[in-house]
Design a protein around this ligand. Structure first.
Ligand code: C2E
Ligand code: MG
Ligand code: MG
Ligand code: MG
Length: 284
């Protein structure tokens, strides 16, 4: 067949598709093995209080130390994690590891007792039957104040018709853990759904921050979200702050918290710890 098709390009296309399917399959196989081989890691991105420059918390972001491909960001494997359903297991691991790490830092440095930990929770984990029990037992085991743990979920996890996730959120809220809407402003939820929502905080998507200096419409949206959060009594964090100009604008509209490459990327635990200790000396 290759001969018949000559150099028309169709064969090459088929071959590329074939290769892609193979490497996808390989990735899936590797992903299953990654649990046994303990190849997942958490990196921690500092969350800063913008007015003071103080480091107040961390967001745990999963990485996969692939034996051949090196350290992979979630963008390279979340799709596989979702399609195989293994994301529930991966998130359960991330939650356990983040709680263990938070407790370790709190125990080692009593002066950082106020440090909080944000963990991303996929909507599939949010509807799983075990999530509430799991969070409860982790808080107990590590003697963590419930409010020091903050679960980040995207808007899809609680939009209309997802009654089960809503029940879980209410139960988690009753435990006292923080609930954060991730990537706020890019989903499909109605403003009405926030009127009686159990959330305590919003994270503004980096989409609005990226060009906040040059795009007056995004600047207007950021100003509006800031007022919205303030009026509803929700804490507000801006994602993806990369420049001093973006920071200045966010401070000027009154956004309370932020994270981004301007402060730090997601860091391995030892580097996060160094930044925590360095900051404490500067700010007092
Ligand atoms: P997210 O929760 O919205 O996390 C923010 C992402 O933006 C992270 O990418 C972070 O490294 C990146 N980021 C932070 N500051 C900047 C910046 O200044 N500029 C730019 N361009 N990017 C910045 P990352 O680590 O690749 O994670 C991507 C997404 O993967 C996360 O988005 C989250 O939705 C998901 N994710 C990460 N860890 C987990 C996990 O443990 N479980 C689940 N279910 N999802 C996770
Ligand atoms: Mg997040
Ligand atoms: Mg986000
Ligand atoms: Mg995001």
């Amino acid at each position: 067949r290759a001969k018949a098709a000559g150099k028309s390009g169709f064969v090459i296309f088929d071959e590329a598709m074939h290769q892609e399917a193979l490497s996808r399959l390989q990735l899936e196989t590797d992903f299953r093995l990654a649990f046994e081989r303990s190849e997942f890691r958490l990196h921690y991105q500092p969350i800063m209080e913008l007015a003071t420059g103080r480091l107040v918390g961390a967001e745990a972001l999963v990485r996969w130390r692939h034996p051949l491909r090196g350290l992979l960001p979630p963008g390279d494997f979340l799709a596989v994690a979702e399609e195989t359903g293994l994301i529930v297991e991966m998130d359960a691991w991330a939650l356990r590891e983040a709680c263990r790490q938070l407790a370790a830092w709190r125990d080692a440095y009593p002066e950082f007792a106020g440090l909080s930990m944000n963990v991303n929770v996929d909507e599939r984990q949010m509807v799983s039957a075990e999530i509430v029990e799991e969070v409860f037992s982790l808080l107990q085991r590590h003697r963590l104040p419930p409010a020091s743990l903050r679960l980040e979920v995207t808007e899809t996890a609680f939009r209309a018709g997802r009654g089960q996730a809503e029940q879980r959120l209410l139960s988690l809220k009753a435990l006292g853990v923080g609930l954060v809407v991730d990537d706020f402003g890019t989903g499909y939820s109605s403003l009405e759904s926030f009127a009686a929502s159990p959330f305590d905080a919003l994270k503004m998507d980096q989409l609005f921050i990226r060009d906040i200096e040059t795009n007056p419409r995004h600047r207007a949206i950021v100003r509006t979200i800031t007022g919205f959060a303030e009026d509803l009594g929700l804490a507000l964090t801006a994602e993806g702050i990369e420049t001093e100009g973006q920071l200045a604008l966010l401070k000027s509209v009154g956004c309370q918290y932020g994270q981004g490459y301007l402060f730090a990327r997601a860091l391995p635990p030892d580097e996060f710890e160094q930044m925590l200790l360095a900051g404490s000396r500067i700010v007092g």
